[in-house]
Ligand binder design. Structure first.
Ligand code: ZN
Length: 208
């Protein structure tokens, strides 16, 4: 199996898990991975179902925005992936999902708080960007700009873009972001508006 096929298998596994875990409805969201040592990335095609991704579901797109191979219709949100790879050479995967607690909290004007060790360790920081239409240049640009210094971006009234040096890390980040949003939601239900992971330990997380 070559690298391209391996990445597609990993993305297909993530797509299935994301739908099973309620992080996106099957027809929403899109996933990508940078092809190592190239200026290209594989991205899910438009109209594909994340829980049923096969090899034909994927397009190969260049960082210049040109379709290079595969599915002739890349996701309408391909620019989000392209711009993010352009500004983050260290990022090899972009996981774009529609996690409902994350979106709801943000829409209600609450920040997602990182409370447990896993949430703090994997997510670290959350940036929010306002709503722009799906697939627009504006959305791709503000989300990529936010990703310069952050690995977990909440896209207003829409979803999240979580990045990682690997596909597994990008997905783990998205899972922990949504879990943090659920935890924050429960805190708010209990009347708590302040709780976070202990700040004095936060800076020491790199050594965990
Ligand atoms: Zn979306």
């Amino acid at each position: 199996m070559d690298v391209h096929d391996d990445l597609i298998e990993q993305l297909a596994d993530v797509g299935r898990a994301a739908v099973e875990q309620g992080l996106v409805l099957a027809s929403g969201g899109n996933l990508s991975a940078r092809l190592p040592g190239s200026d290209e990335f594989v991205v899910t095609g438009t109209g594909t179902y994340l829980d049923r991704l096969d090899f034909d579901a994927f397009s190969v797109v260049g960082l210049d925005g040109r379709l290079r191979a595969g599915n002739p219709n890349p996701s309408s949100e391909w620019k989000l992936h392209q711009r993010t790879y352009q500004v983050r050479p260290d990022v090899n995967a972009v996981i774009h999902l529609h996690p409902q607690y994350t979106v709801l909290l943000d829409a209600l004007g609450h920040r997602v708080r990182l409370i447990s060790l896993d949430q703090a360790y994997y997510v670290r920081k959350v940036e929010n960007v306002p709503y722009f239409p799906s697939g627009s240049d504006e959305l791709a640009e503000v989300a990529a700009e936010a990703a310069r210094n952050c690995d977990a971006i909440v896209m207003g009234f829409h979803g999240c873009s979580c990045v990682g040096d690997t596909i597994a890390m990008g997905f783990r980040r998205a899972q922990n972001l949504e879990q943090a949003a659920m935890t924050t939601f429960r805190c708010l239900q209990l009347g708590n508006t302040e709780l976070t992971f202990p700040p004095e330990w936060f800076d020491k997380l790199a050594t965990v």
